[in-house]
Design a protein. Structure first.
Length: 182
């Protein structure tokens, strides 16, 4: 086991749990950060990432931080909370020299998506949620460009896997599959 701590923010969500499962295959030291502790057999910290001190405590000592948080799916909450969460996480990573991996979505990209899709697609969000996510990602990209922290953004159109029960992909895919329309 490596001594470097891999901290997963939003550890009990679909993406956070998938990240933890993958990290466990590498035998990494993992810290799970949650609002309500549910994960067993790992170091677990309860934190509210809207509070700067909680965020610093959660990240302190980490080599890598995976931002997998899922906020309630409400536009006003995304507009209000995502920039603050990102700023708190960046500040904590800067203070502790942790590398940030942000698991993001594709809401900020202009539609329709070309096939094949590329991250070079124009970022021209047409929805308020898309604008909130673009603003959040831009905060991180600016911090990286200004060499405040090291980081990367990984994006997916939808979350999937064994923990993604609330994904839009699964119900529509499975419904069509059951109707013989796959």
């Amino acid at each position: 086991m490596t001594d470097q701590i891999h901290t997963v923010l939003g550890a009990s969500g679909a993406i956070g749990r998938a990240v933890i499962k993958e990290l466990q295959t590498k035998d990494y030291q993992i810290r799970a950060v949650e609002r309500n502790p549910r994960i067993k057999k790992l170091e677990c910290i309860v934190a509210d990432l809207l509070i700067a001190d909680d965020t610093i405590q959660a990240i302190n000592g980490s080599a890598y931080v995976y931002l997998c948080v899922g906020l309630p799916y409400e536009t006003k909450i995304w507009q209000r909370d995502w920039p603050l969460v990102m700023q708190n996480v960046i500040n904590a990573c800067e203070k502790t020299n942790a590398i940030l991996i942000f698991l993001d979505n594709v809401y900020m990209y202009e539609r329709p998506f070309p096939v094949p899709f590329s991250e070079n697609q124009p970022q021209n969000p047409s929805t308020a949620k898309g604008k909130a996510r673009k603003q959040t990602a831009d905060i991180l990209l600016t911090a990286i460009a200004n060499k405040r922290i090291q980081g990367v953004i990984g994006r997916s159109a939808d979350f999937y896997g064994e923990y993604a029960k609330n994904s839009m992909f699964y119900p529509s895919f499975l419904e069509n599959l059951l109707k013989g329309k796959s």
